[in-house]
Design a protein around this ligand. Structure first.
Ligand code: SAH
Ligand code: SF4
Length: 423
């Protein structure tokens, strides 16, 4: 399977957008990611009187998050003086797109550059993946550079945590993706690859936006454990859900966790997004091996937190993710135990074919076994439970982002450079 991926990978090259040699660390902070209150404070520091701040914040919010502007110049409703004061002190920068790769199935992957933690440090890189299908366009967003947890089937788990992303860098991934997709009012869609189908969702109160969006859904399933970077993830997702700006409804935002029990309740109460739980095993001994965090928060505690998830109902179910590992967790007995375990919890089950990475100790279950397993799940009343692998040719599967970016840093970057130089 790896060789298949690698063959396709060669066919879908990364397009380098920003060579590292030209990287200049930002000198000014970006406004992206500030809450309305923080924006008001920033305006206050620029001398905007208290009585005007709310109105100015509303104007800025529209330009930033509804229109997606990348410069202050075009903010026609903002006075020239304020625009220039803003430009002197802030930017509208999002994470910088280092490279883009387009899969034959329309999936797009971007490698994004973030500043190092201290001046002069090599910048960090994370990935963001866009997965279009007929009714929606899903963006897979990262929350950390690396991960502190060491799930044995996940390549991100082999990386040390470099740092948490800021709220601005999390929202910035959504903005950068929409920039690349021409996904702002009046924007131009990319002409390469599969053109994303239009959303048919009507965005309430915004009839002019109907059918116009590429990015309709957000999943926090990129690099990192979002519940170990709770505040930044919360602040970012509240901006993403804000109805005057990016307007992705909370029902279309899914946060995936490996099971950080103490923060599950907070996610429901403070963000109100959909929850996905990386279950992967039905017994504590096996789950502790696959997801070592299980030693701290075993299955019973995790499921108890799920039962108490604020807003849980048949219309708002928790997705349980289950990676299919050959001979490890994929027996029919496991499938039966899985449906027994989840009985009584409003749930969806998502079987994920394991995506192998170089050096991984597991194999993906055989297709027949996945079908048999999914039949048990289906017979128990769960609809279409297998996640179709997307963007395989560009190694885009969620949970495998770092491995792909590492590949780029090492081998492909060299190849790319050679390509760029001979162009
Ligand atoms: N840290 C969070 C979110 C990021 S991982 C979590 O663990 O839930 C997103 C999903 O990808 C998780 O369900 C994770 O278990 C899964 N995943 C990780 N590596 C994978 C691989 N190699 N193949 C298939 N799924 C994988
Ligand atoms: Fe971290 Fe999630 Fe990977 Fe586990 S599966 S190592 S929690 S990113």
């Amino acid at each position: 399977m790896t060789s298949l991926v690698e063959t396709h990978l060669a066919a879908a090259p990364f397009i380098e957008k920003a060579p590292l040699e030209r990287y200049v660390a930002p000198e000014k902070p970006s406004l992206i990611g500030l809450s309305r209150a923080a924006l008001a404070d920033a305006l206050g520091r620029l001398g905007v009187p208290q009585g005007q701040r709310k109105m100015r914040v509303q104007q800025l919010w529209h330009w930033l998050y509804f229109r997606g502007l990348t410069s202050f110049d075009a903010m026609t409703s903002v006075s020239k003086e304020l625009r220039s004061a803003l430009a002197q002190n802030f930017t509208l920068e999002r994470p910088q797109v280092v490279a883009e790769q387009v899969s034959v199935d329309g999936t797009r992957k971007w490698l994004l550059r973030l500043p190092g933690e201290v001046a002069g440090e090599r910048p960090h890189e994370v990935e963001c993946v866009y997965i279009p299908d007929s009714e929606r366009g899903t963006l897979c967003v990262s929350s950390q550079v690396g991960c502190t947890l060491n799930c044995t089937f996940c390549h991100t788990g082999t990386q040390r945590l470099a740092r948490n992303l800021t709220a601005g860098e999390i929202v910035g991934q959504v903005m950068a993706a929409r920039d690349c997709l021409g996904d702002w009012p009046g924007g131009t869609r990319p002409t390469d690859g599969v053109v994303p189908k239009k959303s048919t969702e009507r965005i309430s109160g915004k009839p002019d936006m109907r059918g116009e969006r590429c990015v309709t859904n957000i999943v926090m399933m990129g690099m990192g454990e979002p519940l170990y970077n709770f505040e930044a993830v919360r602040d970012a997702l509240l901006i993403v859900a804000d109805g005057d700006g990016l307007t992705v409804s909370r029902r279309r935002i899914t946060l995936s966790t490996s099971g950080v029990v103490p923060n599950i309740e907070r996610a429901g109460a403070e963000i109100g997004c959909m929850l996905a739980v990386s279950l992967h095993a039905v017994r504590d001994d096996l789950r502790s091996e696959l997801v070592p965090l299980n030693r701290k928060y075993p299955i019973a505690e995790l499921l108890e937190a799920c039962r108490n998830y604020p807003g849980l109902s048949n219309a708002k179910r928790i997705t349980f993710e289950y990676v299919m590992l050959k001979g490890v967790n994929d027996s029919i007995a496991d499938a039966k135990a899985l449906v027994r375990l989840l009985k009584g919890i409003p749930a969806k089950i998502n079987l994920i074919p394991f995506n192998p990475w170089p050096g991984s100790r597991y194999e993906c279950s055989d297709w027949e076994q996945i079908e048999k397993f999914s039949q048990v799940v289906f017979d128990a009343g769960y609809a279409s439970p297998v996640r179709t692998p997307r963007g395989r040719d560009i190694l885009a599967a969620c949970g495998q982002l770092k491995s792909a970016s590492e590949k780029l840093s090492a081998r492909e970057r060299l190849a790319l450079r050679a390509m760029v130089m001979t162009d």
